[in-house]
Design a binder for this molecule. Sequence first.
Ligand SMILES: Cc1cc2nc3c(=O)[nH]c(=O)nc-3n(C[C@H](O)[C@H](O)[C@H](O)COP(=O)(O)OP(=O)(O)OC[C@H]3O[C@@H](n4cnc5c(N)ncnc54)[C@H](O)[C@@H]3O)c2cc1C
Length: 508
Amino acid sequence: MPRTLPWRRAPLVLVPGRPHLPRRVPEGTRAVVVGGGIAGISAAVVLAERGVRVTVLEAAEFLGGRLGAWSHTLPDGSAQVVEHGFHAFFRHYDTWRAILARVGTPLRPVVGYPVISRRWPAEDLGSLPAAPPLNLLALFARSPSLRLREIAGADAGLGLALLAHSPADTAARFDDLSAAEFLRGLGVSERAREMLFEAFARSFFCDQSGLSAAELVAMFHYYFLGNPAGIGFDAPAEDHRTAIWDPLAGYLRERGADLRLGVRVDGLDRVGSGWRVRSGSAPEEQHEAEHVVFALDPGGLRTLLARSPVAPDLARRAAALQLAPPFAVTRLWLDRPVRPDRAVFSAVSGEPTLDSVTVYSRLEGESARWAARTGGEILELHSYACTAPTAGEATRRMRAELAAIWPETAQAQVVDLVERSEATAPAFPPGSAGARPGVRTDAPGIRVAGDYVECPHPSGLMERAAMTGVLAANDVLGAVGAAPEEIRGIAERGLLAGLPVHRLQRRR
Ligand SMILES: Cc1cc2nc3c(=O)[nH]c(=O)nc-3n(C[C@H](O)[C@H](O)[C@H](O)COP(=O)(O)OP(=O)(O)OC[C@H]3O[C@@H](n4cnc5c(N)ncnc54)[C@H](O)[C@@H]3O)c2cc1C
């Protein structure tokens, strides 16, 4: 199994394309995809390209799931598109970017990756060298949080475990530990912990005590230490509906796919060697196919399989899925700009509620045009593992915390706002490694895809959704003798994997 090496820059081929096999599937191959988020649409794109007759059933009135977008009209009559929230499209998201490349989604670089706080000076995690250990050495050289006195008490064994990631070993050593216990054990100063580790850990929507340390180490490997593209990211130049979902819907329809929106699947039955997927009792609400891809959010899969427990292992794994605490997202249209030197995206550390702020009017086309017309600014505030009881209270707390960090926002008048709080993200609690559903299941013909699904290759968030979607499509293609879609990504093991770094770990 390949390991991360300083000179290894190009993505690795994780699943070869096997060009000697036919690309097209036999006539009459049908598949039903339940869920039209990244996972479902990635699966549908690959299947439709190969000649599978695909039906996508999506409960919402729009595609995209947690990356979805919808219309909103401001009091001044301006039409805006509001999204589920700012998303960082990391440069090593090879699978998701390959899907977006089919429709030419314009991605533009988001400069820097500052972590800001009211207690400490800002740190920039962006523009570090791409290869380990150079990225780590550069971080040590550059970061005021990693001066000698900040790391004097650090546990070298735990620190090196970050560079020695290997899926099975990391799970065996750290899955019973929480991320909070791991970070405490690391023994770095409060400043280093807050500025470098906590902001990162919270991007996975979980409170640190509810996140497995094994998942944290795996994500450090995936996003930072093993990432050959560096930690920089891009974002679409226009809103997600314009840049991603409308073009992908068109691409799928051109290839014969049947996209049905506003259709909530509520059961399925075995019929012959295939399945009947139901969204009601009328004949047009029954969809039969040999192959089914479940690409629902974790709560949706749990609910559906509780009603239709099609196979014992899948039913048990779905029932055990846990959701992360709610996240809150508030988009604010302000009557005045923030300081011109504010970064487009900033992670916020050390605040009880606010985790990030994005200056939308410096990111997306329509937002920029509104700001140019009115002299205002559009901000988006995020809170992960949010403890505020309502979306309104989350907005109030996030605004107050922002005003302490960016004082110019304190007096700004809110022209309009859209606020939401929901719990749809997966949790990765300690002790859960190996217990989530995999792409293949014990129900013949049923695959599962999504950002919570056990994935055999390093990946996270949007890329895990896309990769498991393409793996699910590959499993369908394999079942009918067609060639798999090539999948690229990063090395599974860290630079020091297999070395006895655990011997350096302090005894507690
Ligand atoms: C605020 C926010 C910020 C984020 N930032 C980032 C980021 O910066 N970088 C990153 O990589 N990731 C980020 N993510 C995570 C990313 O959005 C998810 O990992 C990804 O969108 C998950 O895609 P999915 O297809 O697995 O699931 P979903 O998007 O949840 O799709 C599941 C779909 O299934 C549908 N469904 C559910 N039940 C049924 C049913 N019974 N019948 C039919 N349809 C059903 C749902 O309506 C939904 O459309 C962020 C998420 C949020 C919420």
